[in-house]
Structures are given as structure tokens and as C-alpha cells.
Design a protein around this ligand. Structure first.
Ligand SMILES: [Zn+2]
Length: 411
């Protein structure tokens, strides 16, 4: 048995707009067993002093790419699957240290399934790291966002893209993702900013193709995450039955209303836009992205403000991999800058993200939940930037990071 009691100065439970004051949390075998102003001491429990800290459920980043490196996508996709998985493990462990205890990885560019292997290794306890939920690849049309051929010399036929055209090919690819162990289906129904030869404002699936992705996934019990951009593409994804819209760069009010009505989650990746606009300003943006951002940047920021001003379900996701994981925590501030309250940004990374993932044992501090707990100095409901000062991380009851100079063994 592995037991601990956390003595906390204050607590955000994943939901409430007010912090609980002094709180104790008893943890046994990876699960929260009791929480309140004072709790019993399980036999042999280690007492952890967080009396100068606010605790929060472990953060959930619902959009990462552990096996992609946006600084050199074309070359890096040619790494072996094993190299991608091992590099991804190192990155996942680093990211856990910032407070991210659960990650949804939305696709590798690889002939195999490196993130499925990584998830299985973590689940089996072969390595320590965050909990992973994965979509193996980005199913896309030829010349769509997930088609990597634009990064290579013409006519190189490299099997790193999950490309399909027409409903029969799409169904086969969705079934393959399921057969090889994917948890989610990821698809792209619009172009992207960094991809070569496409346009984020244009829809890339025909309606029957988008429907084929979602209906096949539904048959297999898999939720669908859709990289999407233009307002038409956002609406197509909602009509087809997507569970989450990724980016939704150019969504309009009608699309937001449709998402609200159907309970579709939006993962707006707002920090990435900040990174990209900074790169545009510095002249370091890749050539294929420049004209797209010049045209769309105001439109994207306006759509983000519309999302922030609505009451739809917004989940926290960064797209890290496309920019450094060390910047992922800044998504909290980016969300607040766009107009979300600190409470909604925190919920996005805890209870709302867990709900999107269908995991009522995550994203909350309550008996029965997994003991994924992070701590930071200060009050994140008043100052969201303290999220970047997380210095205690527990995942599944195991402490991965201690505040500097802390005494871990106090009894
Ligand atoms: Zn992505």
C-alpha cells in the first residue's frame, strides 16, 4: 500500500469559483480516498506539507504531438518510430513536471503507431510519465492538412501520412486506427497554417467523406477530434458528429451556436496563435505560413474572442510539438488574454477536459478520483500566471516533482 496525506493551504476542486481554504487530501494506491478540512491518517501515510500552496487537479492538455517537432517537420518525420517514441517519452516526462498529468496526443506522422506504444509502456509501468490518450494519425485527404508530401521533393512517396480519398478508403483507415489501438480518431477537414499546399479557410473533405470518418468511428466507439479552420469546415464537422473541434481558427457565431447546441467541445489552441504571430513579426515563420497568417490573423483573434464570449465548452489544448513544450503552460494566460475568466481557463484544463475525454475519475479533487494533484504558490483564480509556478506534481499517487528544499519525509 502506498498512502499519503497532503496538507494544503488552499484547493481548487476542478469546478468551483472559490478556493477551499486549508484542505487535507488522503491518497491511497493512486486514488483520493478522503478530502476535507482534516482527514484521517491512513496507516503508514507520508504527510506532505503544501500549506503554503494552492492545489489543483493535475492539468490535462488535450492537444499535443509528442512525436512531432514543428521546428523541422519534414526531416523529423523521417526518424524511426522507435526514435520518435523514445524522444516523445523524454518530452512527456518533462511536460509532466510543469503539471500536465494527462495528455491527449493527436497524431504522429509515421508509418507505425509510436504514441500507442508509448501509451502502452506508460500504462504498463515500464516508464514513468503522464497518462496518455492517443489518436494514432491525422486522417486527411490527399493534399489535405495531414498530407506531408509537400515537405519532400516531388514524387517521393513516403508512408508517413494517413491519407485517404473517398468513403471506402476512409473507412479502412479509421478501422486500422482502431485495430492498432488508437483511443480517438483524429482527422483534418480543412487546411492548416504550417502545412504546405493547403488553405485553412478551405474545407478538404466532401460531406460524405467527413460523415464516413465519424460514422465509422461511432461504430467502433471512438470519439472524433477534427482539425478545422474555416467556418464552413467547423459546421461540417459539427453536423457529422465530431466530439471536439481543434483550433476552429475561423469559426463564426453560427458555428459557435451549433457547437453549443450539440455539446461539441472546442480546443482553441490560443498560445500557438501567439507564437505564430510573434514569428510572423520576427520574420521567422516558414514561407508556406506567411501569406495565410497575413490574411487571417485578425480573423483568428476575432474568432477567439467570440469563443471566449460564448458559453460553449472550451477544453485546454496547446498543439505543443508544433511549438516548444516549455511554452505549453502559457495557454492559461493566452486564454485569459482572449477573454476567458481564470476560472473557465482552469476548468478547461481540469473538469471540462476530463468530461470531453469521458473520464469522470480525472480533472477533479474528490474521493474516488485519480490522485493527479499539482500545487503552486498563490491563487490561480485571481492571477492565472501562477500556473507557471507549479512546483509539486503528483500523478496516480506518485510524486514526480517536489518544491525545492521541501522535506518529503515529514511524518
Ligand atoms: Zn495538432
Amino acid at each position: 500500500m502506498n498512502a499519503s496525506v497532503l496538507v494544503c493551504g488552499a484547493a481548487f476542486d476542478g469546478f468551483s469559483g472559490e478556493l477551499a481554504g486549508r484542505t487535507e487530501i488522503a491518497v491511497r494506491d493512486g486514488v483520493i480516498v478522503e478530502i476535507g478540512p482534516s482527514v484521517g491518517r491512513p496507516d503508514g501515510a507520508r504527510v506532505i506539507d503544501l500549506s503554503e500552496r494552492t492545489v489543483c487537479p493535475g492539468f490535462i492538455d488535450t492537444h499535443v504531438h509528442l512525436t512531432m517537432d514543428g521546428s523541422d517537420i519534414g526531416r523529423q518525420t523521417l526518424d524511426s518510430s522507435a526514435t520518435k517514441a523514445l524522444k516523445g517519452l523524454a518530452i512527456a516526462r518533462e511536460y509532466l513536471g510543469y503539471g500536465f498529468t494527462t495528455l491527449r496526443d493527436l497524431g504522429s506522422m509515421d508509418p507505425e503507431f509510436p504514441t500507442v506504444d508509448l501509451r502502452n509502456a506508460l500504462d504498463a509501468g515500464l516508464a514513468e510519465g503522464p497518462r496518455l490518450i492517443v489518436a494514432g494519425h491525422v486522417i486527411s485527404s490527399t493534399a489535405g492538412h495531414g498530407d506531408m508530401s509537400g515537405f519532400y521533393p516531388p514524387r517521393w512517396d513516403l508512408p508517413v501520412s494517413a491519407v485517404a480519398d473517398g468513403t471506402a478508403q476512409i473507412r479502412a483507415l479509421v478501422r486500422r486506427e482502431h485495430a492498432y489501438g488508437g483511443d480517438w480518431i483524429k482527422t483534418a477537414n480543412a487546411g492548416g497554417y504550417f502545412s504546405v499546399g493547403d488553405d485553412p479557410a478551405r474545407t478538404t473533405w466532401l460531406d460524405d467523406e467527413m460523415d464516413a470518418v465519424c460514422s465509422t468511428a461511432r461504430l467502433l466507439g471512438m470519439p472524433v477530434a477534427v482539425h478545422t479552420g474555416g467556418a464552413d469546415a467547423c459546421k461540417q464537422a459539427i453536423r457529422a458528429g465530431a466530439r471536439s473541434l481543434e483550433h476552429a481558427y475561423l469559426i463564426d457565431e453560427e458555428g459557435i451556436e451549433m457547437a453549443r447546441r450539440d455539446g461539441v467541445y472546442v480546443v482553441p489552441t490560443m498560445q500557438m496563435t501567439k507564437e505564430d504571430l510573434a514569428a510572423l513579426h520576427d520574420g521567422t515563420l516558414p514561407e508556406q505560413a506567411v501569406w495565410k497568417f497575413r490574411r487571417d490573423s485578425e480573423h483568428i483573434l476575432n474568432s477567439q474572442r467570440l469563443l471566449a464570449g460564448s458559453d460553449i465548452k472550451i477544453a485546454f489544448g496547446t498543439d505543443c510539438g508544433m511549438f516548444p513544450f516549455s511554452h505549453g503552460i502559457r495557454e492559461f494566460s493566452a486564454m485569459v488574454d482572449a477573454g476567458l475568466t481564470p476560472l473557465r481557463a482552469l476548468q478547461a484544463a481540469t473538469s471540462t477536459a476530463a468530461e470531453m475525454l469521458g473520464r469522470d475519475d480525472l480533472g477533479r479533487l474528490e474521493p474516488g478520483a485519480r490522485a493527479d494533484i499539482v500545487a503552486m504558490p498563490g491563487n490561480p483564480l485571481e492571477d492565472i500566471t501562477v500556473t507557471s509556478a507549479v512546483d509539486f506534481v503528483m500523478a496516480d499517487g506518485v510524486v514526480h516533482r517536489w518544491p525545492e528544499g521541501s522535506d518529503a519525509s515529514a511524518a
